[in-house]
Design a protein around this ligand. Structure first.
Ligand code: NAD
Length: 488
């Protein structure tokens, strides 16, 4: 890291095992969203920096692809050990740069560790298939090979978990990697690189180039980058998918979301309320699996009242304090956009049941917004359709499960959906008909763990193979078929 005159740290890129200054002098501030304190400055690197990193990764690939798979896995075991030893430090860094609560940050570190656990299974995961006697005296074998240099582009909301969805598995499969972390939460990535090097990752296998769209475009357009793994907002995901795919690259682009929770009349009300509160307002609603729309089936007035009461009790503040649940949004510019959505909800006729702007005015510093709940929202309203990515909840009223499922079908997004009920028939109908890739049955955040694919549908995902699980292994490898004749 470089220290400037006013002592603010300027982050460095990590290329070929060295911490190097970006070629550009342009930087952005990285403030703590809860306090405004400037934690560091992030360089806005250029295409030149991307070229340097891709060259390093490309050179490293020549030996890394032939490094025995168990040897690659052993580096991941060591990495897991080091990440576990640094669990506390990593969680604190997440709280500082992202603003989420300490408990959520610990959970995020844990989710990241699981990705390393999965990737360390590479010797098994990369096994091929064989069939003797596919024809007379002929055998068939399938081997898996890495692709080459992979580019990863990540969002602000999970500075640890999302990069870990990508690089440990890609690298375990024999690829080399260039990561472009979010410029809004770039600090943790450097810590991930430092620990990976300590674990024994050879030079050039993992590289980081900080910056914004120029770095993204540099990766998308570079002929040596064979695959792109992207996570972020819908317009950017679509753009990344189209631009990289047009150049023949393999792409997985995880996108925005609008996650519906259906509350059936027989639901355990107390548990449903607790789950919805935590799913909607945890991490200030800035999770791609956050609940942002609740479909209340039947006469749900008691449920709505209980939900509002619970929202009134939420403690708002700096995530470093244990009792806090409602933390700030990432930037004031994002908060201003959200305030626009609140106005839009009122204009379009929704009932503002709880106005989080009141709590906001009480806060001295930070990008806080109180829990905001709209009732009697209809699927056509902007607040029902758009991803707001903030502590703003829409309540939609439905007569029955069929109507509730229809609301879900109408959404352009299909990341997650949950039902709260004890009725087995309702559960089955929900499982069969809910138009989303990750479903929860009485679960508030049905995010899959590293061992299964993270399976968004519709505009929540562009590509074919999802991150994690066997999809992840297929994404980061290509198959080679050998057909052998033995009757010569
Ligand atoms: P974002 O789209 O603003 O940024 C994501 C990445 O794209 C960043 O690295 C950023 O630098 C880059 N980027 C931004 N604008 C760009 C442009 N015009 N051209 C090229 N690159 C650009 O997303 P964010 O605000 O950081 O993250 C929140 C979003 O990510 C939400 O929409 C959320 O739903 C989504 N997300 C989705 C998942 C999922 O699994 N589907 C997981 C986490 C986050």
């Amino acid at each position: 890291m470089t220290v400037t005159k006013n002592e603010t740290v300027v982050l460095r890129n990590y290329i070929n095992g060295e911490w190097v200054e970006a070629t550009s002098t342009e930087t952005l501030e990285v403030p703590n969203p809860a306090t405004g304190e400037i934690l560091a400055r992030v360089p806005i690197s250029t295409k030149k920096d991307v070229d340097l990193a891709v060259k390093a990764a490309s050179d490293a690939f020549k030996t890394w692809r032939d490094t025995p798979v168990p040897k690659r896995a052993r580096i991941l075991y060591k990495y897991h050990y080091l990440l576990t030893e640094n669990h506390e430090k990593l969680a604190q860094l997440i709280v500082q740069e992202n603003g989420k609560s300490y408990k959520e940050a610990h959970g995020e570190v844990q989710r990241g560790l699981e990705c390393v656990e999965f990737a360390a299974g590479a010797p098994t995961l990369m096994m091929g298939e064989t069939l003797a006697n596919i024809a007379e005296d002929i055998d068939s074998e399938m081997f898996r090979f890495p692709l080459g240099v992979v580019g990863g582009i990540t969002p602000f909301n999970f500075p640890m978990m999302v990069p870990m969805w990508m690089f440990p598995l890609a690298i375990a499969c024999g690829n080399t990697f260039v990561l472009k972390p979010s410029e809004r939460t770039p600090i943790l990535a450097n810590e991930l690189a430092r620990l990976f090097t300590e674990a024994g990752a050879p030079k050039g296998v993992f590289n980081i180039v900080h910056g914004a769209h120029d770095v993204v475009n540099g990766l998308l357009d570079h002929p040596e980058v064979k695959a792109i793994s992207f996570v972020g907002s819908q317009p950017v995901a679509k753009y990344v998918y189209e631009r990289a795919a047009a150049q023949g690259k393999r792409v997985q682009a995880l996108s925005g979301a609008k996650n519906h929770h259906i509350v059936m009349p027989d639901a355990d009300m107390e548990k449903a309320v607790a789950n919805i509160i935590s799913s909607t307002f945890g991490s200030a609603g800035q999770r791609c699996m956050a609940c942002s729309a609740v479909i209340v089936v039947g006469d749900g007035d008691k449920f709505v009242e209980a939900l509002k009461n619970k929202a009134d009790d939420l403690i708002i503040g700096n995530g470093i304090d244990d009792e806090v649940l409602l933390t700030p949004v990432i930037r004031d510019s994002h908060r201003q956009k959200v305030l626009g959505y609140i106005e839009k909800g009122l204009e379009e006729g929704a009932t503002l049941l709880r106005d989080g702007r009141v709590d906001m005015q009480k806060m001295q510093e930070g990008n806080f917004l109180g829990a905001t709940i709209f009732d009697h929202v209809t699927p056509e309203m902007t607040i029902a359709k758009d991803e707001i990515f903030a502590p703003v909840l829409s309540l939609l009223r439905a007569n029955d499960l069929d109507e509730g499922l229809e609301f879900i079908r109408k959404s352009r997004y299909g990341n997650g959906a949950t039902i709260y009920t004890k009725d087995a028939r309702a559960v089955r109908q929900f499982r069969q008909e809910a138009d989303a890739g990750m479903l929860g049955i009485n679960v508030g955040v049905p995010a899959t763990m590293a061992f299964f694919p993270f399976s968004g549908w519709k505009d929540s995902f562009y590509g074919d193979l999802h991150v994690n699980g066997k999809d992840g292994v297929n994404f980061f490898t290509r198959k080679k078929m050998i057909t052998s004749r033995f009757d010569y």
